[in-house]
Write a protein that binds this ligand. Structure first.
Ligand SMILES: [Zn+2]
Length: 113
């Protein structure tokens, strides 16, 4: 292998590595987006379940109250878990976004409600 071949190889390798790096950061960005979307959907699903429970409540017989009381609690636990995992659970634009390690007073307010 002569010197110019070595430099050519190095240049190609460098190009490949920079392409890999670009792909990696693109994938990282997409993953964050997907996880945030997933969290938002999960919370929305919980909210809808709670809503359905409330709608169905008058139709159900009194002795079902025990199981129904548990549902809102469970969704609260779910929110607490999501917050612990590092996501915003407060209403508005930040909802479902990653907190990137910052505490959020609005989220804490939701949890203490
Ligand atoms: Zn928040």
């Amino acid at each position: 292998m002569n010197r110019s071949e070595i430099f050519e190889k190095l240049a190609r390798l460098e190009e490949n590595m920079s392409q890999l790096n670009n792909d990696l950061s693109e994938l990282k960005h997409l993953t964050v987006q997907m996880v945030e979307e997933n969290v938002a959907l999960q919370v929305e699903n919980e909210n809808l379940k709670t809503l359905i429970d409330k709608e169905e409540k008058p139709k159900k017989v009194e002795n079902n109250t025990k199981t129904q009381r548990k549902k809102p609690l469970r969704s609260k636990e779910n929110l607490a878990m999501l917050y612990k995992e590092g996501f915003h659970i407060c209403n508005g634009e930040l909802f479902g976004k990653h907190r990137k390690g910052d505490d959020c007073l609005f989220c804490l307010e939701v949890l203490s409600e």
